[in-house]
Design a protein around this ligand. Structure first.
Ligand SMILES: [Zn+2]
Length: 389
C-alpha cells in the first residue's frame, strides 16, 4: 500500500498547546516537560530497565511485595515496594488492573510513591515514614486527609490503598474514564491534570510487578493479554485504532521514509482514537499540487495524507490517522476518549487502496524525527497492531 505519511507543514507548537490544554478540560498535563521526560524515560521501549519477563503479558499477575524489585531509573526500591503493595491490595479486592494503574499513578503524583509524614501533623513523625510532606494535614502514599482514617491508618500503605480503591470502584464507569478524571473523583485534588502524566510509567510499573497486567483488557470478566481492539481499552489506557494486521511497516528497506504503518481495512471501517487526548489537527492534507481534494480516492504519487487527524496524548505522545474516506468526525480542539470513533477508513491522499496509515510520535511534535515504530509501542500497551506474515 502506497502512501505518503507526512503532511508537510504544521509543526505542533507545544507552548501554545500547553496553555490551551490547561484551559480546555484540564485533562492532560505539561506537554513540554513531560515530553522531554518521556524521551529520556522511554529511550526506545524501556526494556533495558526491566527484566525481560516483565515486558511480557504472562497471565499470572500475582505481585510479590517482599521479593526483588524491578529497577526503574525514576524510583528506588522502597517506592517500587510501595507500588507492589498498592497492586497487591487491588488484586485482593478484585479490582481489575486498570484500577492498579490508576492507583499507582495517583500515588506517584501525591507522594512519589513514598509513605510521607507531615510536618504539621506531629503524630505522623513518630510513625515509620519515608519522607515528610507539608500539604495541609495529608499523610501517606495517597496524601489522604483526616476524613480517610487515623494518622496511623493513613500511613499504613495497605490501608491507604484499600481506601483509595473503595472510593474508586464507587465512581460510575471508572474503568472507562480517562485516568485523570477517575483519579480526581477519588482524590478531589487541586491539581487534577497532574495525574495523567504518570499513566505511562505507572503502566510499565504495573507490567513489571504484575506480569504485564497493564496490557490486559477485561473481556467477559476475564483479563485477556494483548487484545485491546474494537473499542476495548487495555489497563494501560490504550486500544488498537482498527482491528487488522500491519501490511506495510515502519521505515522498511523499500520505504525508509515511511514513518508509520499501514493497516488494510474495508472502506468505512471505524477508526478509534488509540488513547485519550486532544485533537490537534483534523483536516484535509493538500496533495503534491497543493489541492485540497480529499473527498475522492487518491493514488500513489498524488501526495498528502488525505483526511487526517492528529491527537496529542499525555506525555507528549501524538498519534496520527491518515487517508480517511471523509471529513473526520472530530475537530481541532476536541477532547477524545480512548476508543472514541474519530473517522472512517478510506483511500484519500497518497494511497493505492483503503487502509489506515497510523503513526506514533513521542515529543509533542509530528516531524519525522519524533516518529517511532507503532508496532512495538502498541504491543507494549496491550493494544497490538497485529502483523501479517
Ligand atoms: Zn502508510
Amino acid at each position: 500500500m502506497s502512501d505518503e505519511s507526512r503532511p508537510r507543514r504544521r509543526p505542533i507548537r507545544v507552548g501554545a498547546l500547553a496553555a490551551a490544554l490547561t484551559a480546555t478540560l484540564a485533562l492532560l498535563c505539561c506537554t513540554g516537560g513531560a515530553g522531554a521526560f518521556f524521551l529520556t524515560d522511554l529511550g526506545g521501549d524501556g526494556a533495558e530497565q526491566l527484566t525481560p519477563a516483565s515486558m511480557e503479558c504472562t497471565g499470572d499477575f500475582q505481585v510479590d511485595v517482599t521479593g526483588k524489585m524491578p529497577r526503574f531509573p525514576q524510583y528506588g526500591e522502597r517506592q517500587l515496594r510501595n507500588a507492589a503493595v498498592i497492586i497487591k491490595v487491588g488484586q485482593e479486592m478484585k479490582v481489575p488492573p486498570r484500577g492498579w494503574v490508576i492507583a499507582v499513578a495517583t500515588a506517584m503524583q501525591e507522594s512519589r510513591l513514598l509513605n510521607l509524614a507531615n510536618r504539621t501533623v506531629g503524630e505522623s513523625q513518630d510513625i515509620p515514614h519515608e519522607g515528610v510532606g507539608a500539604d495541609h494535614d495529608s499523610v501517606g502514599l495517597f496524601q489522604q486527609r483526616p476524613s480517610w482514617g487515623t494518622v496511623a491508618e493513613r500511613m499504613n500503605p495497605a490501608y491507604a490503598s484499600r481506601k483509595f480503591y473503595e472510593k474508586l470502584v464507587d465512581v460510575p464507569d471508572w474503568e472507562k474514564l480517562p485516568l485523570t478524571v477517575a483519579a480526581q473523583r477519588v482524590q478531589i485534588s487541586a491539581f487534577p491534570d497532574a495525574y495523567a502524566k504518570h499513566e505511562e510509567l505507572a503502566s510499565r510499573i504495573v507490567d513489571a510487578l504484575a506480569g504485564g497486567a497493564a496490557r490486559t483488557v477485561l473481556i467477559a470478566g476475564q483479563e485477556v493479554c494483548d487484545a485491546a481492539a474494537s473499542g476495548e481499552i487495555a489497563a494501560s489506557g490504550w486500544t488498537a485504532p482498527i482491528p487488522g494486521g500491519v501490511g506495510s511497516g515502519f521505515r522498511t528497506a523499500s520505504r525508509p521514509g515511511h514513518d508509520g504503518v499501514d493497516i488494510a481495512a474495508p472502506k468505512g471501517t471505524l477508526i478509534r482514537v488509540a488513547a485519550t487526548g486532544r485533537v490537534v489537527f483534523s483536516d484535509c492534507d493538500p496533495d503534491r499540487s497543493g489541492r485540497h481534494s480529499c473527498n475522492v480516492d487518491g493514488w500513489p504519487g498524488k501526495g498528502g495524507c488525505g483526511w487526517f487527524v492528529d491527537v496529542l496524548h499525555a506525555q507528549g505522545i501524538v498519534t496520527r490517522y491518515c487517508h480517511m474516506v471523509s471529513r473526520p468526525r472530530v475537530a481541532k480542539g476536541d477532547i477524545v476518549q480512548a476508543g472514541e470513533v474519530i473517522g472512517e477508513v478510506g483511500s484519500s491522499g497518497n494511497s493505492s487502496g483503503p487502509h489506515l496509515h497510523f503513526e506514533v510520535h513521542t515529543d509533542g511534535d509530528t516531524n519525522s524525527r519524533s516518529a517511532i515504530d507503532p508496532v512495538p509501542f502498541m504491543r507494549a500497551k496491550g493494544a497490538p497492531l497485529r502483523s501479517i506474515g
